[in-house]
Design a protein around this ligand. Structure first.
Ligand SMILES: *[C@@H]1O[C@H](CO)[C@@H](O)[C@H](O)[C@H]1NC(C)=O
Ligand SMILES: *[C@@H]1O[C@H](CO)[C@@H](O)[C@H](O)[C@H]1NC(C)=O
Ligand SMILES: *[C@@H]1O[C@H](CO)[C@@H](O)[C@H](O)[C@H]1NC(C)=O
Ligand SMILES: *[C@@H]1O[C@H](CO)[C@@H](O)[C@H](O)[C@H]1NC(C)=O
Ligand SMILES: *[C@@H]1O[C@H](CO)[C@@H](O)[C@H](O)[C@H]1NC(C)=O
Ligand SMILES: *[C@@H]1O[C@H](CO)[C@@H](O)[C@H](O)[C@H]1NC(C)=O
Ligand SMILES: *[C@@H]1O[C@H](CO)[C@@H](O)[C@H](O)[C@H]1NC(C)=O
Ligand SMILES: *[C@@H]1O[C@H](CO)[C@@H](O)[C@H](O)[C@H]1NC(C)=O
Ligand SMILES: *[C@@H]1O[C@H](CO)[C@@H](O)[C@H](O)[C@H]1NC(C)=O
Ligand SMILES: *[C@@H]1O[C@H](CO)[C@@H](O)[C@H](O)[C@H]1NC(C)=O
Ligand SMILES: *[C@@H]1O[C@H](CO)[C@@H](O)[C@H](O)[C@H]1NC(C)=O
Length: 446
């Protein structure tokens, strides 16, 4: 460990040696081996993009200033620019042709500005752009050819804007190279795949969470290649109507996020059952106020036997039946934090032969539940913020593969190293915020 730290300190030292920073007006210039030139001008109250930036800059950070517009001449000489961060400014105008000479640009960060309309020629010239971040603007309209020349664009983030329908996103769905689209926190009320006409071949991830959706209609196979769909925290007070006309219209789906969605447990179960054509590996059903009587775990496990990650945090479970995980034999990660568990039947986790991480933090356990004592595959066990008073020798005796054990925030008064002596692979033990009065057989720190 010590050796490793020393080693990384040495690397850091030698990297610092390669940098010869100097200042230029309101900016710091870092040359790394005179190859990558990084210019940092953030938080300088700049009213406009400084002129006289070094022509060979690769990475330019102009964030947190007062820049109101980007003009044609601003970047016209910066043909080697690869990363431009103009986030947290007041930009409401980007002149046509602003980016015509920055064809090397790969990442453009326009987060937190005042853009309202993305106009047709705004991004012309950005043929190498892969990531375009437009979060937290006021965008309510995107003109027809706004993204027309962005041949390599993979990620668009339009979260926290004012877009009101998938229809308005038609231009976005026309970006052929698109892999990831974020439209979280807009004003979309009607999520119907009929509004998605062109679908990028490689679109894998769609985040439409936190929208006031009242109607979801999977009416076409437009999204059948999609891998990850996030509809968490959709809806307002009204319940969402969700229609799936053919289960195979979402055939490729592997990750599904439904946390905090405004639907009844019964309706959620109906959706999960309906998706029987998808091989779901990751299911998020957090913050849904689910209780034991909803019988949700056994149904999910019955219908999706390949599930590897099950996120159930922030529900209202008090106990579970012994058999609920019977058909979840492929589970790797199970998150049951922030619920109301006091006990778990000792056979509950028995079927979970592959489980690597289990979190039971923020529940009401008064002792380490014996249900966890035989999960030999476990690498990480979270028990922080319960009411555990005592640790007994058998609690962790069989967890030979455990690497991380978190007991922070309990009421343990006494520990000794022999309680953990079978944990030959333990790398990290957290026992902060307890009531420790006695620590016997001091730990050997290696
Ligand atoms: C701006 O973007 C650059 C490159 O992505 C990043 O290193 C930097 O931290 C960003 N600045 C802020 C304030 O986020
Ligand atoms: C973009 O800017 C936002 C806001 O300053 C920042 O949080 C984020 O890290 C930046 N992202 C990149 C990739 O630079
Ligand atoms: C991409 O960048 C390379 C090198 O910076 C440049 O030669 C090329 O013209 C750019 N491609 C496009 C489509 O702009
Ligand atoms: C959202 O859209 C509705 C109409 O569908 C409109 O009445 C409302 O003002 C919009 N809200 C915002 C924040 O734009
Ligand atoms: C949602 O959009 C579809 C197609 O654009 C339309 O047929 C339907 O009536 C809309 N539904 C609601 C509830 O607005
Ligand atoms: C869960 O219950 C809390 C408090 O009763 C409520 O505010 C929240 O909206 C509920 N969440 C859902 C998804 O029903
Ligand atoms: C999936 O469920 C539907 C009913 O919702 C049923 O008709 C279909 O046969 C099922 N498909 C598979 C592969 O189990
Ligand atoms: C597990 O699946 C079998 C069918 O393969 C079924 O009989 C059993 O009831 C399921 N267990 C639970 C808890 O749903
Ligand atoms: C597990 O603990 C419960 C009390 O929490 C106890 O009743 C039960 O006998 C224990 N089972 C085994 C196998 O140790
Ligand atoms: C754990 O396994 C041991 C030996 O196989 C067994 O004696 C014990 O009852 C098991 N404990 C629980 C809680 O299942
Ligand atoms: C242990 O749990 C606390 C509280 O939940 C958390 O803040 C901390 O990051 C955890 N530590 C590890 C190593 O997981």
């Amino acid at each position: 460990m010590l050796f490793l730290q020393l080693f990384s300190a040495l690397i850091f030292y030698s990297q610092v040696q390669g940098v010869t920073p100097y200042s230029l007006q309101n900016c710091m210039v870092h040359e790394q081996w005179s190859k990558m030139i990084k210019v940092l001008c953030y938080h300088q109250n700049l009213p406009r993009v400084p002129s006289h930036l070094p022509w060979n800059v690769n990475n330019l950070d102009l964030s947190e200033n007062q820049i109101a517009s980007l003009r044609q001449s601003d970047f016209s000489k910066l043909s080697l620019l690869q990363v431009l961060n103009v986030s947290q400014n007041q930009i409401h105008l980007i002149e046509e042709g602003t980016f015509t000479h920055t064809s090397s640009l790969k990442i453009l960060n326009l987060t937190s500005n005042q853009l309202r309309v993305l106009s047709s020629s705004m991004f012309d010239g950005l043929g190498n752009l892969t990531v375009l971040l437009l979060r937290e603007n006021n965008i309510d309209r995107i003109e027809a050819s706004a993204f027309a020349h962005l041949m390599k664009l993979k990620v668009i983030d339009l979260s926290s804007n004012k877009l009101h329908s998938l229809n308005a996103l038609d231009v976005v769905f026309k970006v052929k190279s698109l892999e990831e689209l974020h439209i979280r926190e807009n004003n979309i009320t009607n999520f119907t795949t009929k509004d998605i006409v062109n679908v990028p071949m490689w679109l894998r991830e769609l985040d439409a969470s936190h929208n006031p959706i009242s109607f979801i209609d999977v009416a076409t196979d437009a999204l059948y290649r999609l891998l990850s769909l996030d509809l968490s925290f959709s809806g307002t007070h009204n319940h969402i109507t969700w229609i799936i006309q053919d289960p195979c219209f979402l055939k490729g789906l592997k990750r599904l996020y439904l946390g905090g969605i405004f639907m009844t447990p019964l309706d959620i179960l109906a959706v999960v059952q309906k998706l029987n054509c998808s091989l779901l590996e990751e299911i998020h059903l957090n913050e849904l106020n689910l209780t034991d009587s909803d019988n949700i775990i056994e149904k999910v496990c019955l219908w999706h036997r390949n599930v590897k990650t099950l996120n159930l945090q922030g529900n209202k479970f008090e106990s579970i039946k012994g058999i609920v995980f019977e058909n979840c034999t492929h589970l790797w990660h199970l998150d049951l934090t922030h619920s109301r568990f006091k006990v778990v039947p000792c056979i509950s986790f028995q079927p979970l032969n592959s489980l690597q991480s289990l979190s039971l933090a923020n529940n009401e356990f008064a002792a380490v539940p014996n249900a966890t004592s035989n999960i030999t595959s476990l690498k990480s066990l979270g028990l922080s913020f319960n009411q555990i008073r005592k640790i007994v020798p058998n609690d962790f005796a069989n967890l030979k593969n455990l690497e991380h054990l978190n007991l922070t925030g309990n009421r343990i008064t006494k520990i000794s190293s022999d309680l953990f002596s079978d944990l030959h692979n333990l790398l990290e033990l957290n026992i902060g915020m307890n009531l420790l009065l006695e620590i016997s057989n001091l730990f050997q720190i290696v």
